[in-house]
Design a binder for this molecule. Structure first.
Ligand SMILES: *[C@@H]1O[C@H](CO)[C@@H](O)[C@H](O)[C@H]1NC(C)=O
Ligand SMILES: *[C@@H]1O[C@H](CO)[C@@H](O)[C@H](O)[C@H]1NC(C)=O
Ligand SMILES: *[C@@H]1O[C@H](CO)[C@@H](O)[C@H](O)[C@H]1NC(C)=O
Ligand SMILES: *[C@@H]1O[C@H](CO)[C@@H](O)[C@H](O)[C@H]1NC(C)=O
Length: 420
């Protein structure tokens, strides 16, 4: 009996406690609500720092739809960060890291920490961070990353640009499953031929055996000093070289057994050399190829003169797919753009009046005029020098003529006299 009583009492007390706690919390939150300016506590709850204390509030962490998949994203875009220390504190289940628009001069060793295992991390986007240098031991624990994006940075990767060594050939060596590497506008103003050597060295030493897509647009590449620059990327399928200064294929493509897309848009091709056309044909005809080769040549400054004929013929006969071949254009002069494939007949008719012919005939006319003037001058000089002798020679003629005239007048007179 006594025991039952105590239980009932205890029950009552605990109810009382709950009610009191409820009332107190109501009071506290009411007083916060009533205060005119929003308090840090409430604000903190609303825009809650989804990434935890180590991150600035501009960062977002959580599940979101990314490329048609629900993925765990850490997004620190324009977060005003000047170092990468937060990257050591990401949630373990992070799948996509977007770290762009910050100001990071240098990526340090072990940017993801020495002990973390970001086993789910597949996409790393570090674009637009003004990064100048990536240390050789920057990337560890990235064995599952499939895509690395370093677009729009200011990287230096050479041995000799200054007294500092920026060349770390094993910089991507831990990306053993990397499939896609984006280096669009990634490098500091750079002598492009040297860039190819440094890149090749990185490709050799980083063992990127699974890399399929490489983006090197907007890097002011004019040619590759190292012809084998891409040969150590055995799985390479798509090579993006758009927006550069290339005017011939001076790198080895034959070594790329899986190449299926070659992007040369917005380069400096005025025509395409016969050897390059052969190169592409041979690549396409290579046995054991798994897919058709596609070449994109759009927006090059092709010139509508007779050097374009081999390209026109090639486009119509090759087994290589030329992307948008019907709309490719060439230029007669700077402002007159024409459909490249429609220029065939005109060019044949025009071939007699090529620029070179024009130049030759103009020169001949000039020569003729000069020679004529010289001749006239010489003649005048000759006449002047031998004017005395000429007088002697001419005077008998003159006198004889005048005499003849006299004679004839006399004769006439005679005749007249006779008549009269
Ligand atoms: C990342 O954050 C920025 C700025 O908050 C936003 O514009 C962008 O869409 C976000 N990206 C993704 C993939 O959520
Ligand atoms: C990194 O940047 C944060 C601010 O974003 C700063 O508080 C911290 O001290 C910096 N760490 C280093 C090592 O510079
Ligand atoms: C890029 O890096 C170079 C040094 O390598 C520096 O002089 C230049 O100011 C940097 N440019 C930008 C936009 O950060
Ligand atoms: C390169 O990677 C492949 C597998 O991805 C591995 O078998 C090979 O040993 C690696 N080579 C070097 C030099 O690390």
């Amino acid at each position: 009996m006594e025991e039952l009583y105590r239980i009932k009492f205890g029950y009552c007390y605990s109810n009382l406690y709950l009610i009191m706690i409820f009332l107190v919390s109501m009071f506290i939150s009411r007083s916060y609500m009533l205060s005119s300016k929003p308090t840090p506590l409430i604000k903190g709850f609303i825009s809650s720092n989804t990434c935890g204390d180590h991150f600035p509030k501009e960062c977002f962490c959580g599940r979101e739809k990314y490329e048609d998949q629900n993925q765990y994203i850490v997004n620190c875009t324009n977060a005003g960060l000047t170092n990468t220390s937060i990257l050591k504190n990401m949630p373990d289940n992070t799948q996509v890291l977007i770290f762009t628009g910050n100001r990071i001069k240098e990526l340090p060793w072990n940017v993801f920490g020495a002990i973390n295992n970001y086993n789910y991390l597949e996409i790393v986007d570090m674009s637009n961070n003004q990064i100048q240098e990536i240390r050789g031991k920057t990337y560890h624990h990235v064995s599952n990353v499939k895509r690395l994006i370093l677009n729009h940075n200011n990287l230096t990767i050479s041995h000799d640009s200054s007294d500092v060594n920026h060349h770390h050939p094993r910089v991507f060596s831990n990306f053993i499953n990397l499939e896609s590497l984006h280096l669009t506008n990634a490098f500091a103003d750079y002598l492009s031929p040297a860039l190819s050597e440094d890149l090749h060295d990185i490709f050799v030493n980083s063992n990127l055996t699974k890399l399929q897509k490489l983006h090197l647009e907007q890097n002011e590449i004019s040619h590759f000093k190292d012809r084998k620059v891409f040969c150590d990327l055995p799985s390479l399928r798509d090579l993006h070289l758009g927006d550069n200064l290339i005017n011939e294929i001076n790198f080895d493509v034959k070594c790329l057994k899986h190449l299926r897309f070659l992007d040369f848009t917005r380069n400096r091709f005025e025509y395409i050399k016969a050897k390059d056309l052969d190169l592409l044909d041979n690549l396409e005809l290579e046995p054991n190829r798994t897919s058709n080769l596609i070449v994109d040549l759009e927006f090059n400054p092709f010139v509508c003169d007779c050097r374009i004929i081999p390209l026109q013929k090639w486009i119509q006969t090759t087994a290589v797919s030329v992307r948008n071949k019907e709309t490719l254009t060439c230029f007669m002069n700077q402002n007159s753009e024409h459909i490249l494939l429609a220029q065939y007949g005109k060019c044949m008719a025009k071939s007699e009046h090529t620029d070179e012919n024009h130049r030759t005939s103009a020169f001949l006319v000039f020569l003729l005029i000069v020679l004529s003037f010289t001749l006239v001058g010489l003649l005048a000089a000759l006449v002047y020098i031998s004017r005395d002798r000429l007088k002697i020679c001419i005077s008998p003629v003159v006198t004889s003529i005048s005499r003849k005239v006299q004679y004839s007048t006399i004769k006439n007179e005679d005749y007249c006299e006779v008549m009269v």
